[in-house]
Design a protein around this ligand. Sequence first.
Ligand code: ADP
Ligand code: MG
Length: 433
Amino acid sequence: MSAPTASHLLDVRNLHVTYAGGVAAVRGVSLTVNAGRKVGIAGESGCGKSTLALALLRLLPAGARVRGEILLDGEDVLTMKWGRLRAVRWAGASIVFQGAMHSLNAVHRVGAQIAEPILLHRKATAAGARRRTGELLERVGLPAARASAYPHELSGGQRQRVMIAMALACDPRLIVADEPTTALDVMIQAQILRLVQQLVSEQDVGLVMISHDLAILSETCDRLAVMYAGRVVEEGPARQVYEDARHPYGQALSAAFPRIGDVASRFAPRGLPGDPPDPAALPAGCAFHPRCAVALKSCAVEDQVLRLTAPDRRAACVHAGPMDPVALMGPAGPAGPAGPASPAGPVGATGPADPAGPADPAGPADPAGPADPRSPMAPESPAGPADPAAPAGPADPARPMAPPTPADPTGPAPSAGPADPRQSPPSHKPGGP
Ligand code: ADP
Ligand code: MG
């Protein structure tokens, strides 16, 4: 276990998850989340988002191999003793899953389900837990009296509110929300998102919000990471990533969503042809190259690592950056109030409003940070270390990237696929550890 680093609420370092059978679902993800900050994770179904979420609280099925570090308030979740892990679940971090109907126990009243972790973790009296349950329900916009309802007596939106109340029950420092609104209609979706945002800012918790919907994440989150084939391929301030993606995959994902006010995009949202790769048989080189309209020959053999494209943005594409070092540092020194952004920083590390101190966790003061400008975020590249000072291809880094593909109305939109049936939560019931 590494020495505790108190600077980030959540600090995921070079996380790898491989399921039995060699399914490399997460391949070297690093990200940080600070209190009161919201980090979004986007990507097509199957890119490893839920695997990442489950790994954060060690909820992966037996047989999954996990490598890397998951520091929650400086303590590595992956090496925690079981008793400590039980204490951390709910109280340190909690998860809101997609599809509340599957996550709630159908034969228990929702109040009892919210009270259960309170009783387990807080050692409150039964009366105290009941009182707190009522308060929690009211905080998520439900009358306290709904505590006596069974899940089937509530609407989908009300059930999801119950899930959020449950996630808040033990005052967690971090909330991980995996597609919390995917099954809900747009009105309820907006209400739930507003609620989540409000709770995050009022209670100063950190939020990891997972969705296939880039538009929702750009509205809700401060920073946004786009995953493809188990890796973060692009990250930066949420709006910028949504509106001006640097990675062809980020561009395609963003173009797949019609924009309010943009009639053309409404009638012809662009899709991305092809399917995400099978994580058990990933293509050589950049995993996105078979679907990429701007791939170079070299992309079929050279893997790409995240590199700076702007002081607080990174993308893993041969066409993206590296940034001009002069523009990065500025003639008068480091760019921006947060100091020089480093390619070594993980996702979420360079938010301008980062209250947790230095923006660059891998800076010289961090004993765990590599001196190499390649990052802990940078997955190990089979093609050898990418040197941010030497573009891996002939492309002009200043050239704006072409849209990844001509509009293909017949092609599947990245997010249009049916929900992954495995996304129903694991046996994670309120009574669980
Ligand atoms: P997402 O949430 O982005 O849709 P997942 O994390 O659920 O993606 O899945 C990532 C990859 O891991 C997929 O290819 C999926 O098939 C595979 N996978 C997920 N869970 C398991 C499991 N329990 N066993 C084997 N493979 C799995
Ligand atoms: Mg998922």
